[in-house]
Design a protein around this ligand. Sequence first.
Ligand code: 8GT
Ligand code: MG
Length: 128
Amino acid sequence: MLVRVAAGIILRGDAVFIALRKSDQHQGGLWEFPGGKCEPLESVEVALARELKEECGIAITEYSLFKIIAHDYGDKQVELYFYRVVGFDGDPLGKEGQEVRWVTVEDLMSYDFPAANKVIVEALIAQA
Ligand SMILES: Nc1nc2c([nH]c(=O)n2[C@@H]2O[C@H](COP(=O)(O)OP(=O)(O)OP(=O)(O)O)[C@@H](O)[C@H]2O)c(=O)[nH]1
Ligand SMILES: [Mg+2]
């Protein structure tokens, strides 16, 4: 099963917004950049806007593709489209009851993310 996923690295100054995946979700208990699966025939950018509205309550206005990462979790193959999101209306929050946090890019090192995120976190820190 190959799934396309859109995820937003929401940035405000030097802070980045992260969320904790619920324990019953795939890769549960790990931190993530909010987002989710693209629906059939849905473009990645439309999925990104929809997911960030649903999960964080923001309307994104300025964003760009950062990196595409393909990863095989064994039970699931994902193609993750990570976007840097630098413009948005509204204040991001955990709309689905998930724990959320604003952290500095350097702080990302102290959080556990799914394996596919490793290169993303490293690239963000390298650029900070
Ligand atoms: N949102 C998000 N998903 C990630 C990240 N890294 C990563 O490997 N994933 C994987 O991408 C897949 C899809 O994400 P998701 O579970 O958020 O999808 P969704 O919001 O549509 O969830 P749902 O099916 O529970 O409604 C999951 O298998 C998840 O483990 C990340 O940083 N953010
Ligand atoms: Mg999601």
